[in-house]
Design a protein around this ligand. Structure first.
Ligand SMILES: Nc1ncnc2c1ncn2[C@@H]1O[C@H](COP(=O)(O)OP(=O)(O)O)[C@@H](O)[C@H]1O
Ligand SMILES: [Mg+2]
Length: 328
């Protein structure tokens, strides 16, 4: 049996909207936040769950933890129905919401951990061991005595990840764990998650806006859009389906005519001696760079990864704005 299993899962919110102009009567409207999603995740997998804003990612995570009750379909995590047995499930899962902390704002970090020690009834030796490990790997040593409100976003996030792992959960859900983090904090968080998954076998389900998170961590990615699962497979497959492109920015020694004679590259625009070339995300940048360098006086270059929103927009045709329009 898969560790996480969803079958036609649905969540419908009823929201009140203002009625016709001049009338104060309020009308109700249904938002199908999750609209029939099915997937299965095996124990030990590390899966990315991505999609544009409002796609239904957080709503899915909340159902997986039992915070929200599904409106339809079936859901099992470790054989447990989350909404029915939320407390029992809580012993086996860990969850981190990037936009919100589970730590006590006014308390030093270590006091939050002590409270969790008791709340989850974690055996002393195990608590100690897990805390020591997290403190070491997430570099929390100097932060333990600092009240949470004084932590930077990156520090707070590391503190939250440790908090979610003190009771040895079999699965960790992370909802936008790298949002707003600086490059160094992001790298540290990714490193930690990779180690957690490989050395402890923890199942990880990760929602993110950052395609780099997925590229560095997940072999499997699921894309949702407007409450529906649009893609489930390898990241490279997503690029192929989306025909997404990476962007090569080159700084030439001087202003030159557009570079149009490098096979596989498409000239996008130029600004003085700087030019931008697009190439399929599924091909490697190295031969392209070599081809440009062989023909042109190159000073510097950088490659920009395809933006996930752009990949998704392209995958389903039209921009997000156009799709939003079509919903109205
Ligand atoms: N508590 C709620 N009440 C009403 N609508 C909600 C609620 N939570 C989420 N939604 C709506 O459900 C949709 C999916 O939201 P969410 O799961 O937060 O998306 P994501 O995390 O992918 O950005 C959005 O249209 C959002 O406005
Ligand atoms: Mg969200």
């Amino acid at each position: 049996m898969p560790f996480i299993e969803l079958e036609s899962l649905e969540k419908v919110f009823t929201v009140r909207v203002r009625g016709n102009a001049g009338l104060f009567r309020r009308e109700k409207r249904e938002v199908r936040a999750v609209d029939g999603i099915s997937f299965a995740v095996e124990r030990g997998e590390m899966v990315g769950y991505i999609g544009p804003n409002g796609a239904g990612k957080s709503t899915t995570i909340k159902m997986l933890t039992g915070i929200l009750t599904p409106s339809g379909g079936r859901l099992r995590v470790a054989g447990i129905d989350p909404a029915r047995e939320r407390t029992r499930l809580a012993q086996r899962i860990g969850v981190v919401f990037g936009q919100r902390t589970t730590l006590w704002w006014d308390l030093p970090l270590k006091d939050s951990y002590r409270l969790m020690h008791r709340m989850y009834r974690i055996p002393d030796a195990r608590f100690r061991e897990n805390l020591d490990r997290c403190v070491e790997l997430l570099e929390l040593g100097e932060l333990l005595d600092v009240p949470v409100r004084q932590l930077s976003l990156g520090q707070r996030m590391r503190g939250d990840i440790a908090a979610a792992l003190l009771h040895d959960p079999e699965v960790l859900y992370l909802d936008e764990p790298t949002i707003g983090l600086d490059v160094v904090s992001k790298a540290r968080v990714r490193e930690f998650l990779r180690d957690l998954n490989t050395s402890r076998g923890t199942t990880v389900l990760l929602t993110t806006h950052d395609l780099t998170d997925i590229e560095q961590l997940c072999s499997r990615v699921m894309v949702i859009d407007r409450g529906r699962l649009m893609y489930d497979g390898e990241l490279s497959g997503l690029h192929a389906v989306g025909e997404s492109e990476r962007l090569l920015m080159v700084d030439l020694e001087r202003e030159l005519p557009p570079i149009t004679d490098v096979p596989g590259a498409r000239f996008v625009r130029s600004e003085g001696p700087r030019q931008w070339l697009a190439f399929p995300a599924t091909t490697s940048a190295a031969p392209l760079v070599a081809a440009v360098a062989a023909k042109y006086p190159l000073l510097d270059l950088s490659v920009r990864e395809p933006d996930i929103e752009a990949v998704i927009a392209k995958m389903y045709g039209g921009t997000r704005e156009e799709r939003r329009e079509s919903l109205r």
